[in-house]
Design a protein around this ligand. Sequence first.
Ligand SMILES: NC(=O)c1ccc[n+]([C@@H]2O[C@H](COP(=O)([O-])OP(=O)(O)OC[C@H]3O[C@@H](n4cnc5c(N)ncnc54)[C@H](O)[C@@H]3O)[C@@H](O)[C@H]2O)c1
Length: 386
Amino acid sequence: MAKIYKVAIIGVGARGGDVYGQLVNNKKDQFDIVALCDLRQERLDRFGEIFGVDKQNRFLDENEFFKEKRADVVIIATPDNCHVRHALKAFEKDYDILCEKPLTCNKEECQKLLAAQKKYGGKALVCHVLRYAPAFMKLHDILSSGEIGRLVAIDALERVGYGHQAHSYVRGNWRNTESAAPMILAKCCHDLDLLQYYANSKCKSISSVGELTYFTSENAPEGAAKRCLDCKYADTCPYSATYAYLKVWKDRGEPEDMWPFNVIATAPNTEEKLVNAIKDGPYGRCVYYCDNNVVDHQITTMTFENGVKASLTMTAFTAFGGRRIYFHGTLGEVVLDEHDNNIKLTKFGCQTVTYSLSDLIEKGYGHGGGDGGLINKLYDMLSGVA
Ligand SMILES: NC(=O)c1ccc[n+]([C@@H]2O[C@H](COP(=O)([O-])OP(=O)(O)OC[C@H]3O[C@@H](n4cnc5c(N)ncnc54)[C@H](O)[C@@H]3O)[C@@H](O)[C@H]2O)c1
């Protein structure tokens, strides 16, 4: 019988609880969740019950949690600025780790982590989930097959979307580099990782420019209130919290447990909980009056050692989200468009072949199947398959 690995999770928030925790918990023939750690009691209570973790194995204090080795592998899904500290403690305790991205913004810390990994020998996997998403793997297969000839250039567009920008990068956890990674890592580490993966070469030179252009007090409309519930523009502003968290919630059938509503108030969500969160919490603030400093658009250009050139545009200012990546080869082109839900491959002089992303993606998995693919990869890594 295949081995069942014991799992501990530190940071049982959106990623550690709702995503990886749930995925791992659904694979009882491979994983058994035995310990949890989070600063928030309500998170420990909720996921402790769902995953069936004994009360004595739910920890509010990371020092207590790391006092002993409690499992085979620890999933580190705490905020960006905790990853290095928690990964070092985990390596020291002889754990294998699954660590959320970005590991760190700092080269010395990367080297420290690498040294610790070598010293203690734990296996490590970083949550670059798109590497395991079928659509993105399909692109890699197409490029490797030589169907578009030699790859010359990549033109990538990361459409953050106005609503996601307001939620995560203006009001939310990734708004300020005091506590989170800058946008180019927080949002674009997936894109930069993929560009390098597809170029299949080391990056030789890179330049990047970005700016916080719009979500600042100078751009607030005349007489806008500091909180959306008090604002005369609440019904007309596209960034209004009452629109994003009440109207959209109602339009979606008042779900009890759905992102982003379960971020602003712990599930199960009700109208009363959401109104209270908008009234008093960070997600009810006017987007022009937040303590945000991360960019709302950034353009990066890269040249790889094998001559491939790539550009990446990340922008908040799109009506919808999803990546579009355009590959230019000497014998053809291939375009992935997450919004249009397809990959289009055109060999020069031939008919375009279209692959539907829905046909490639396993249903029910986030990040285009990447979250589920990552957990499969974790099992393979632990069991020595990959
Ligand atoms: N791989 C991806 O595609 C992806 C997507 C979104 C977020 N992330 C990353 O995942 C991480 C978690 O993001 P999230 O959206 O789940 O955030 P979250 O705020 O929902 O969850 C983080 C949890 O960690 C807990 N926490 C904070 N400090 C702690 C500590 N010292 N000890 C124990 N628990 C602590 C918080 O209480 C919270 O419940 C971030 O680093 C984020 O950048 C990755």
